[in-house]
Design a protein around this ligand. Structure first.
Ligand SMILES: C[S@@+](CC[C@H](N)C(=O)[O-])C[C@H]1O[C@@H](n2cnc3c(N)ncnc32)[C@H](O)[C@@H]1O
Length: 219
């Protein structure tokens, strides 16, 4: 299976996120590697939890685009009440099998149109490298969806890939497609305040991983 063909076919059909489920479904029988799978929680999440820059009002956490579940399971083991959301049912079944004993609510959902009961329901929303794998046409909706899950006083932890310049960004082919820094304004437009933006030295790289923390002010 060629990733570019799979993504291209779905984009042409007007299904910008429709390729994730067939990618997971094809990976299992053929033992293919899922391109973003790390087999461990993301170090930027683990490290953030060790020294959070914000005091969370409670322990309800949503992991959006949870994939194979490493971050969700890690948060559950650390005592959070975790709802792990993904559009791909195969990913959720796979994650549930990998982390049988972790008390995670694995839930099918679309961040572009979150279920009503999820809106404003979480003290922490974690998004790791989902938005840069989505085409530009749905990114605003995805980021607004992420922000919309954050309760008043709650936070969002977003780990994403940013282009280091406009020229660098346009030279990169995807997926993933690194975000333009200006795209992050969508979180602000959705009512969040940025608390932190952290990254390693960019050097000459065309894109760089960043960790950002956002908070929804208490009304
Ligand atoms: C690039 S993967 C990242 C997975 C995981 N966060 C990680 O870092 O390993 C993006 C994930 O988001 C899911 N996804 C894509 N579109 C989505 C949507 N509209 N709503 C919820 N999940 C979505 C995909 O199925 C996939 O598991």
């Amino acid at each position: 299976m060629d990733l570019d063909d799979l993504v291209g076919d779905h984009l042409e059909r007007g299904e910008p996120t429709g390729w994730f489920e067939p990618l997971y479904a094809a990976a299992i029988p053929r033992s293919l590697r899922v391109p973003w799978a790390r087999g461990a929680p993301h170090p930027a999440v683990v490290d953030w939890l060790d020294d959070p820059p914000v005091r969370l009002p409670g322990s309800r956490v949503a992991v959006v685009g949870c994939g194979l579940g490493d971050d969700a399971a890690h948060l559950a083991v650390r005592g959070f009440a975790v709802t792990a959301i993904d559009v791909a049912p195969t990913a959720l079944r796979w994650a549930a099998r990998r982390f049988r004993t972790a008390p995670v609510n694995w839930r099918r959902g679309d961040v572009l149109a979150p279920d009503d009961d999820l809106r404003g329901a979480f003290d922490l929303v974690v998004e790791v490298h989902t938005v840069p794998w989505l085409p530009g046409v749905v990114r605003d909706a995805a980021m607004s969806g992420v922000a919309g899950l954050v309760a008043p006083g709650g936070a969002a932890l977003v780990v994403t890939e940013l282009a280091t310049s406009a020229e660098a960004g346009s030279s990169l082919t995807g997926p993933p497609w690194p975000q333009a820094p200006s795209e992050l304004a969508t979180y602000r437009a959705a009512g969040l305040t940025r608390l932190t933006l952290e990254h390693a030295e960019a050097g000459a790289a065309a894109s760089i991983e960043v960790r950002t923390t956002w908070q929804r002010p208490v009304a």
